[in-house]
Design a protein around this ligand. Structure first.
Ligand code: NCD
Length: 340
């Protein structure tokens, strides 16, 4: 993959070397994300952040990543505040918006909608999540987190043992992550979901063609022992056709300190794309794990900035100019210590 000027719509676009390149560039973004230096490399560039479905961290971190590279961000959120509500097609919308922006990040509730939009866009488009289909930047930041967490444990992504828990049918973050894992070597994957919310066959078949070990579980306790990574997901209630259907699955799998201590290996890393559903009826990833050093959920969100900066730098072809346009920060960078 060339990256420069390309749309990023699906993780299927990436070969292993492309993923490794994104990670290398992400590492180089650390001084900027950590506010040790600032760079103005994208001064004058405009990101259109188009989020037509609920989002906090993806939207804000795309925006912050662009700002940290010196660019400006224009944001539209919600269908009702855009001309799509007046019946404008995604294609017309793309023609217009791409005339205003150097790059576009977009989230939409329909699978395939971001690709349709990109088909008419004159600027590169990054998929921020299209329905239950894909969420490439989330998968990259998840895999980058996995790589870093495993490095502390002297392990690598090849030979990884991972359990993915929850709504594997509608969870686009897991769909992209599983497809991304496919290109690594001998990954052992436990797919832990209630009957009715299993991963789409197309994805489990893909993993099998790459010769990974794929096992299916419908009991939480059985699927989470003997793994390096425990990746928990939210039931995607917004994708169900009725409230009754959503109620059927809520709170079925709950990972908490007791379950973790009893069933997981002591060093198992706990991940979640967030938001976690912490309402009493759900409690899918209990807050009683918040002081557990293996809980990596906020390291994941921090890594999201690095990955999104890397994607912008690659797509806009400024990777080697970032440092040249940099200077020390001028404000007091002493940040409050993190006790997470
Ligand atoms: C995920 C998403 O929107 O798919 N959230 C995110 O972007 N971090 C996961 C979710 O909403 O459950």
């Amino acid at each position: 993959m060339n990256f420069v000027g390309e749309h990023i719509l699906s993780v299927s676009q990436f070969e292993r070397k492309d993923i490794e390149l994104v990670f290398e560039v992400a590492d180089r973004m650390e001084p900027y994300a950590n506010r040790q230096r600032i760079t103005r490399v994208l001064q004058g560039a405009i990101l259109s952040n188009m989020f037509f479905e609920a989002s906090t961290r993806t939207r804000v971190s795309f925006g912050c990543a662009f700002n940290l590279l010196g660019g400006d961000v224009r944001e539209t959120t919600g269908i009702s505040s855009s001309a799509i509500a007046k019946g404008e097609s995604l294609r017309d919308f793309a023609r217009v918006l791409s005339g205003y922006s150097d790059v576009i990040a977009m989230r939409h509730s329909e699978a395939g909608s971001v690709a349709e939009f990109a088909g008419a866009s004159r600027s590169p488009v990054i998929n921020g999540g299209d329905g239950a289909n894909e969420h490439p930047s989330q998968a990259l930041l998840d895999l980058y987190t996995i790589k870093k967490e495993l490095a502390y444990r002297n392990k690598a992504i090849d030979d990884l043992r991972i359990a993915v828990v929850g709504d594997l049918k509608y969870g686009r973050a897991v769909h992209s992550l599983l497809k991304l894992l496919a290109v690594f070597k001998s990954v052992s994957i436990n797919l832990v979901s209630p009957p009715g919310l299993q991963v789409p066959e197309e994805i489990s078949d893909l993993l099998k063609t790459y010769d990974h070990s794929v096992s299916f579980f419908d009991k939480l306790e059985e699927g989470i022992s003997a793994v390096d990574i425990l990746y928990v997901t939210r039931t995607q209630e917004e994708r169900f056709s009725s409230q009754e259907e959503a109620d059927r699955y809520r709170g079925l799998f709950r990972v908490n300190e007791a379950i973790y201590t009893q069933h997981c290996e002591p060093n198992t890393v706990i991940m979640h794309p967030l938001p976690r559903d912490s309402r009493t009826a759900a409690q899918e990833l209990s807050e009683d794990l918040d002081n557990n050093p293996n809980l990596a959920i906020f390291r994941q969100t921090d890594n999201g900035i690095l990955i999104r900066m890397a994607l912008f730098a690659l797509v806009l072809d400024v990777v080697d100019l970032v440092d040249k346009h940099s200077s020390p920060v001028t404000w007091n960078t002493r940040r409050r210590s993190r006790k997470l």
